[in-house]
Design a protein around this ligand. Structure first.
Ligand code: MTE
Ligand code: MO
Length: 173
């Protein structure tokens, strides 16, 4: 009996130790809050990704301000930001105020990026901005678990957001 208890204790320790190790590779929040001027706020985590249409992409260079390629994302899985926003439903008080609405993406380290309503609805960024949750066939570890990236940006580094925490819809004055 004592042996059994010892073994059980060991198993628990091993399992706990492994779980700790797996968690320590994740730097950012495990869920992304979608909120602000929307009809319904919600959060996205690994547990509810199946609510969304998943898109795949490949060979995306992440470039610095001078065009230098820092690295290339060879493949990714993600959700279009517009798909997320269409579920949340941005509430425009007046249609012609659309130009005053912005979608602000923030990370746990304070890094912040914004997309305007008009560019997401009517320009290339709308079809190319994703919340990524997988890179190279695996969950994103050191920059994740969630990244926002606009693949149509001429320089992709600045609007590449690691450790995404929140996607908020705001209105400027
Ligand atoms: N959360 C967060 N995301 C970030 C940054 C940051 O400091 N914090 N740096 C940005 C910059 S300056 C670049 S060029 C790209 C690529 O940076 P990396 O090489 O650190 O991945 O990520 C961007 N995303
Ligand atoms: Mo950068």
């Amino acid at each position: 009996m004592r042996r059994f208890v010892c073994l059980l204790g060991l198993l628990v320790l091993v399992k706990y130790g492994v779980a700790q190790k797996a968690d320590s590779t994740i730097k950012g929040p495990t869920f992304v809050a979608v909120d602000g001027l929307v009809d319904s706020s919600f959060s996205i985590s690994n547990a509810n990704l199946d609510r969304f249409t998943i898109t795949e992409g490949k060979n995306i260079p992440v470039t610095g301000p001078k065009g230098d390629v820092k690295y290339t994302i060879s493949s990714f899985k993600g959700i279009l930001l517009t798909e997320i926003l269409s579920k949340a439903k941005i509430s425009l008080a007046k249609e012609k105020d659309r130009g005053k609405y912005v979608v602000v993406v923030t990370a746990s380290d304070g890094y912040t990026v914004s997309f305007t309503y008009n560019e997401l609805m009517f320009a290339a960024a709308g079809k190319n901005t994703y919340l990524l949750f997988e890179e190279d066939g695996k969950p994103i570890d050191k920059s994740g678990p969630f990244i926002v990236l606009c693949t149509s940006d001429l320089i992709t580094g600045p609007r590449h957001v690691k450790w995404v925490k929140e996607i908020t819809v705001k209105k400027i004055d």
